[in-house]
Ligand binder design. Structure first.
Ligand code: XMP
Length: 514
């Protein structure tokens, strides 16, 4: 069965993923494609999917500026229903001969819009609607085949429709939660205008993924690198359901795991009856990291060594297939977005097979967003501790120790991390934040412990709220909890004399310190 699909053409807006996720929340499949997708590419996608409509995303530029991203007009000629949002709205107007120019006053945040005609995507909306805007340009005029549907004080054409074709534009962001009836607008588009059926469903996904794994692997053997994170764990369980003991899961203990982690993995996956190999590889990782202080070099070395260990196991167990827990945002970030900048080289196990020749690489979760993976994990019966786990970087505590990584420093950070986790859990903050962790800085400062001078490390506590890790806000943790954390860390760990709390958002900081 082909899924009814809405393609989101990505003009570089912050919310392109959010649009796709909102569509999927309605059980309709959605994929992100580059803004200049060619008609042939859409037709090619249509062989595997049932493309029913296009949404043009927002974007940071002005449509009239030279070099601003434009739509391939041939794509519009395919006759698919189209909804332009923000930049997409302005672009549809501009490309059909309308006037777009800087607005006298931009609109940012909550705005009230007056709906003059509640038809098409605006069906069911009231005269006055609370919406979320973020624009400095506006549409001022449209050719006669278009009709204006809404305006605001500063924006004369806040929504429009084509008189005879299923083409719509809205200046505001229906995908953002602050737009009160945003979901209704998207639903109008998806169901009334595009006629989509609700056939994107996680129960079906699981059945199909297992079937596809069975067919691809036949009676061969497969291997997966299991980190204990939700993506690789879910993938491993799907694969185990498909090929049973012909799957080998490999957990590489590089020595930079949090306290209790290898035992936790053994316990959970052992209980499931998974064929699991835990490779103790601490010594080789430590010796390769000796005297290394540069964060990127650390990541590179850890990544390489990881591959080496993994290769050795793959060869030993004679696996012909490699299964990976790549999810949709990983895939998009690494190739689809043409303008994204490399901030740091994340080491998950993407790009694994260097020397080992696999007959095939299989990525069963490659089309899913994180919340969809969580749903799959829940349906597969993975324990809550895995389903709601915080992300943990592949290179582990090694990138949370600033400067050279030594076994002594790892011991210190493990103890501090354990204290932080215990205190956050007992304060009921577990599961409410995107991540919380400690960083061992390479700064030594003076303190006083008992009656004598102490000289020791500064530990930083980082706790953030986020949805997708692309942006994050530091968590406003009550002072009493921070005080308990700081008191325990300094009194239980002799090498630490000072605790600081990181109050930066992302951007400009990243979530991890290295
Ligand atoms: P940053 O520090 O880039 O982190 O703001 C964004 C999210 O990614 C996690 N992270 C990693 N995950 N391998 C991973 O699998 C890595 O090397 C890595 N580095 C950072 C980080 O914990 C945060 O959730």
């Amino acid at each position: 069965m082909k899924h009814d699909t809405i393609l989101v053409l990505d003009f570089g807006g912050q919310y392109s993923h959010l649009i796709a996720r909102r569509v999927r929340e309605n059980k309709v499949y959605s994929e992100i494609v580059p803004y200049d997708v060619a008609p042939e590419e859409v037709l090619e996608l249509n062989e595997r999917l049932n493309v029913r409509g296009l949404i043009l995303s927002g974007g940071p530029l002005s449509v009239y500026r030279e070099g601003a991203p434009k739509l391939n007009t041939e794509v519009l000629n395919l006759g698919l229903p189209t909804l332009g949002i923000c930049y997409g709205h302005q672009l549809l107007a501009y490309m059909s001969g309308g006037v777009v120019k800087p607005a006298e006053r931009g609109e940012y945040g909550v705005t009230y819009v007056t709906i003059t005609k509640s038809v098409g995507v605006l069906e069911g909306l009231s005269l006055r609607e609370k919406v979320w805007m973020s624009h400095s340009d506006a549409v001022y005029d449209l050719p006669k085949e278009y009709e204006v549907l809404a305006y605001t004080e500063n924006c004369p054409i806040a929504a429009f429709k084509h008189k005879s074709k299923p083409i719509f534009g809205v200046q505001w962001h229906p995908e953002v939660i602050h737009t009160e009836n945003g979901m209704l607008i998207l639903k109008n588009f998806i169901f009334n205008i595009c006629g989509c059926r609700q056939n994107w469903e996680m129960g079906d996904f699981i059945r199909r993924a297992i079937e596809e794994l069975k067919v691809s692997i036949g009676d061969g053997r497969a291997i997966i690198a299991l980190s204990g994170g939700i993506d690789s764990s879910t993938t491993a369980v799907l694969a185990m359901k498909a090929i049973g003991e012909r799957l080998t899961a490999v957990f590489v203990d590089h020595g930079f795991m949090r306290a209790g982690e290898p035992e936790f993995i053994r316990e959970i996956f052992g209980r499931m009856g998974m064929n699991l190999i835990v490779v103790e590889a601490k010594d080789r990782f430590y010796s390769r990291l000796k005297n290394i202080t540069d964060p990127e070099l650390k990541r590179k070395i850890i990544g390489e060594e990881f591959i080496r260990v993994f290769e050795e196991v793959a060869e030993k167990v004679g696996a012909e297939y490699l299964i990976q827990g790549t999810i949709y945002p990983d895939r998009i970030e690494s190739g689809f977005r043409r303008f994204s900048d490399k901030i740091k080289s994340h080491h998950n196990v993407a790009g694994l097979p260097l020397k080992i020749k696999f007959k095939g690489i299989i990525e069963p979760l490659k089309d899913l967003y994180k919340d969809e993976v969580r749903e799959v994990a829940g349906r597969l019966g993975l324990p809550r501790e895995i389903v709601f786990r915080q992300p943990f970087p592949g290179p582990g505590l090694a990138v949370r120790i600033i400067g050279e990584v030594t076994p002594e420093k790892v011991e210190i950070i493990r103890k501090a991390d354990k204290i932080l986790r215990e205190e956050m859990e007992s304060a009921g903050l577990q599961g409410r934040l995107w991540q919380y962790f400690v960083v061992l800085t390479n700064t030594l400062t003076t303190g006083v412990k008992g009656d004598s001078r102490a000289y020791g490390y500064v530990v930083a506590v980082r706790a953030v709220e986020s949805r997708e890790a692309m942006t994050a806000n530091f968590a406003k943790i009550p002072y009493e909890i921070l005080e308990r954390i700081s008191t325990r860390i300094t009194s239980e760990i002799p090498d630490v004399v000072r605790v600081v709390y990181d109050i930066t958002n992302k951007p400009p900081s990243t979530i991890e310190w290295e």
